[in-house]
Design a protein around this ligand. Structure first.
Ligand code: ASP
Ligand code: MG
Length: 409
């Protein structure tokens, strides 16, 4: 007997026909004694459509974050009920559970919630009754019982965390691509599908914009040490295994992939005093508002006047909130100006093999220079190097870097 968690993303359940097809596939592949838990996202673009509705009421609806969660959680509820009806129609026992009913407990940070505890007692009970259990991804509830969503793409995290809490034998993420690639195959024609990738590298790829998995879901996989199989909804092909260590030839790659992120914005606070505590006053205000600041550079503007420029990036979705906060702090600091640039993108290389392998950064910069791409900001981690560039040059940049590290044989 195996206990399996299978997650289906929005594009996999985008219509009633697709929902029916998912139900049929699950039943075909299920052995009689298997226990199956499904985690599903909202149908197709439902979440975007719901956000658009809210924007029809107020152009900055995220200020009413609890109500956003009340709204957004409905998307996944549509899918779980329809998928459950599909199983029943096909003659199988099934039951739908919202995130809270499945025991997904979160903190109270609306629209960016984190799972703090999972008590899947009800899930076990329903499995024991012979049901396929269909759980709403992306949602849980806080101590008050208020609905909280887990950030865009949060169904991945729901699935992996639930698999961990249930001590499932495996966790499969079904999506519209058939695995994790060395770069976005829509941008790089000869991107290569990986058989395996470690949690560590996948986390970095996801954090830097590879859209396949929500970063936190990979963290959950590592925490529970549950292997994650990313694979296609539309074929039965093996996809990519995300796990602790390599078992195959994949060890040989110094760089595992090129990730990119267009949803970033650059903010420059010009002419702030070059004194202790200045960075603290800007970034603590942003941290208090749960804004994640990414790349940061401080440069000398004028040594005589002892003022400096502070440049950093945030996710585009945090830009309006960031701008408000930074304008306020910049005012207090008597900064010269706050500039925002939205047409920027971040391109990154990731690979544990770069540790102790000098020259990797130089090769990346060389590839960018060959493509005549100017680098605006650079940041590094142990296993990644990122460059901020003009958004319009993203495609050339990704292709040039990919060609450098994954030459065609
Ligand atoms: N429906 C949510 C979103 O679109 C969650 C998910 O798809 O994972 O972000
Ligand atoms: Mg989605």
């Amino acid at each position: 007997m195996a206990l399996i968690v299978k997650k289906f993303g929005g594009s996999s359940v985008g219509s009633v026909e697709k929902i029916m097809a998912v139900a049929k596939r699950i039943i075909d592949e299920k052995k009689a004694e298997d226990k199956v838990v499904m985690v599903v996202s909202a149908m197709g673009d439902t979440t975007d459509d719901l956000i658009a509705l809210a924007k029809g009421i107020n152009k900055d609806p995220y200020q009413y974050s609890r109500e956003m969660d009340m709204l957004l959680t409905t998307g996944e509820q549509v899918s779980i009920s329809l998928l459950t009806m599909a199983f029943k129609t096909l003659g199988h026992k099934a039951v739908s559970l919202t995130g809270p009913l499945a025991g997904m407990k979160t903190n109270s940070v609306h629209t960016k919630g984190k799972l703090v505890d999972i008590k899947p007692k009800r899930v076990h009970e329903e499995l024991d009754k012979g049901n396929i259990v269909v759980v709403a991804g992306f949602q849980g509830c806080d101590e008050l019982g208020d609905p909280v969503t887990l950030g865009r793409g949060g169904s991945d995290t729901s699935a992996v965390a639930l698999a961990g809490a249930l001590k499932a034998d495996s966790c499969e993420i079904f999506t519209d691509v058939d695995g994790v690639y060395s770069a976005d195959p829509r941008i790089v024609k000869d991107a290569r599908k990986m058989k395996e990738i470690t949690y560590y590298e996948m986390l970095e790829m996801a954090r830097l914009g590879a859209g396949v998995m929500q970063p936190r879901s990979v963290e959950m996989g590592k925490y529970f040490n549950i292997p994650i199989h990313v694979r296609s909804t539309f074929t039965t092909k093996t996809g990519t295994m995300i796990r602790e260590e390599y078992t195959m030839e994949e060890k040989d790659f110094v760089i595992r992939g090129v990730a990119h992120d267009e949803k970033v914005a650059k903010i420059a606070v010009l002419g702030v005093p070059n004194n202790p505590g200045i960075a603290y006053s800007i970034f603590s205000a942003l941290a208090e508002a749960n804004v994640d600041v990414d790349m940061i550079v401080q440069s000398i503007r004028n040594i005589e006047k002892n003022v400096t420029d502070m440049v950093f990036t945030v996710a585009s979705s945090d830009l309006s909130q960031t701008k408000k906060i930074v304008d306020r702090v910049a005012d207090q600091l008597q900064a010269i100006a706050v500039l925002v640039e939205e047409d920027v993108a971040k391109v990154s290389i990731v690979g544990a093999g770069m540790l102790g392998n000098p020259g990797i950064a130089a090769r990346m910069f060389g590839a960018l220079s060959k493509a005549a791409v100017n680098i605006e900001v650079i940041s590094t981690s142990e296993i990644s190097i990122s460059c901020l560039i003009k958004g319009a040059q993203l495609k050339e940049a990704v292709n040039s870097i990919h060609a450098e590290f994954f030459p065609q044989k």
